[in-house]
Design a protein around this ligand. Structure first.
Ligand SMILES: NC(=O)c1ccc[n+]([C@@H]2O[C@H](COP(=O)([O-])OP(=O)(O)OC[C@H]3O[C@@H](n4cnc5c(N)ncnc54)[C@H](OP(=O)(O)O)[C@@H]3O)[C@@H](O)[C@H]2O)c1
Length: 326
């Protein structure tokens, strides 16, 4: 492995913690499941790692089927990535549905601890670097979920705790509760892109004030913020997948007009729209890192080129603002 890989990307401190994360992380939500071809999975993982991406983001139910992305990653850890465990930050999560019955979803101590045990087995790991509660569960007392996270790090099954999809006020409560227990909580994971700006309305303030890191997901709005849909819906795309999370109705004329106008700004900068969308995401001081998804190494290469020009002028930012807020 080329040791100059660490010169290729910026690493930002995750909040007030000592952990540094690459500004681009790779997520295994799509295209790393049971149907994925191991050789192609390995190519994408190695290409990412060789480019300085040290952080890989998983969850118990990434697949399909559920659990299979962790299995693929575990296979790669014994093969293509063997010997590099200590150079990797591996995260996983539990919160959404994973197995049948009342103990296979939510935020109970029962679910969080048993789910992480399963994740560790699937990946062949003794510990993950970050374990997240994936989504708030209003049926479980917050204290129960947070005490489960605390126990998980104290028993060494995760080095750090995180939360995901928590709205601002609940996130503050969760951070403060964990801090009062002495739990190493360092990060919040939240959707953020030009079409989804919810974190700007309170969450970023909480993150800054509580000294947390913030890792954003779906920076490309699952592919909408790329040149992918400029000329129709390609067969190989999330929208074309009827079981996919990105439905055709997310691509209406109004959205397409915005995509075209944003693409124009990207072209003027000599960038692809995907690259501009990443630069826009990373302009926020609260954002430690953003997690991209990819279908192949070409998409990864395109996205990595964003690193060549991360500066966004005030004029460009204003222009983007006028398009996305119209
Ligand atoms: N905490 C949570 O609740 C949560 C929720 C969602 C995601 N996440 C994490 O965030 C990660 C990323 O989410 P995401 O996959 O939605 O991110 P994304 O980067 O917004 O979308 C990825 C998709 O965009 C398309 N794409 C990527 N690069 C492209 C390029 N250069 N040109 C054209 N198209 C490109 C591909 O779609 P096609 O497949 O159509 O080609 C790819 O699968 C996930 O893997 C997961 O780790 C977390």
């Amino acid at each position: 492995m080329d040791s100059s890989r660490y010169d290729r990307i910026e690493y930002r401190k995750c909040g007030n913690s000592g952990l540094k994360l690459p500004i681009l992380a790779l997520g295994l939500w799509h295209n790393f499941g049971g149907d994925a071809v191991p050789k192609q999975v390995d190519e994408m993982l190695i290409k990412a790692f060789e480019s300085g991406i040290t952080h890989f983001d998983l969850a118990n139910n990434y697949g399909p089927p559920y659990g299979s992305a962790e299995e693929q990653f575990g296979r790669a850890l014994k093969g293509a990535l063997a010997g590099y465990r200590d150079e990797l930050v591996i995260s996983t999560k539990a919160g959404f549905d994973m197995w049948d019955g009342p103990y296979g979803r939510g935020g109970s101590r029962k679910y969080l601890i048993s789910s992480l045990d399963q994740s560790l087995k699937r990946m062949g790991l003794e510990y993950v670097d970050i374990f997240y509660h994936h989504v708030p569960d209003h049926e479980t007392p917050l204290e129960e979920s947070m005490r489960a996270l605390d126990q998980i790090v104290r028993t060494g099954k995760a080095l750090y705790a995180g939360i995901s999809n928590y709205p601002a006020a609940l996130a503050r409560e969760a951070f403060q509760m964990l801090k009062s227990m002495g739990t190493p909580v360092i990060i919040h994971q939240q959707k953020y892109n030009m079409f989804h700006r919810e974190p700007e309305h309170g969450l970023f303030d909480v993150i800054r004030e509580e000294g947390m890191g913030c890792i954003t997901f779906s920076p490309l709005a699952q592919g909408l913020l790329t040149n992918k849909y400029l000329n129709g819906v390609p067969k190989e795309s999330r929208i074309a997948d009827p079981k996919g999370f990105l439905q055709g109705d997310s691509l209406n004329d109004q959205v397409l007009d915005k995509i075209r106008a944003l693409n124009e700004i990207a072209s003027q900068r000599g960038q692809s729209l995907a690259q501009l969308a990443l630069v826009w995401n990373l302009r926020k001081p609260e954002v430690t890192s953003t997690i991209i998804g990819i279908r192949n190494t070409e998409q990864l290469e395109d996205n990595l080129k964003a690193l060549e020009n991360l500066t966004l002028s005030q004029e460009e930012e204003n222009h983007i603002e006028s398009i996305i807020s119209s």
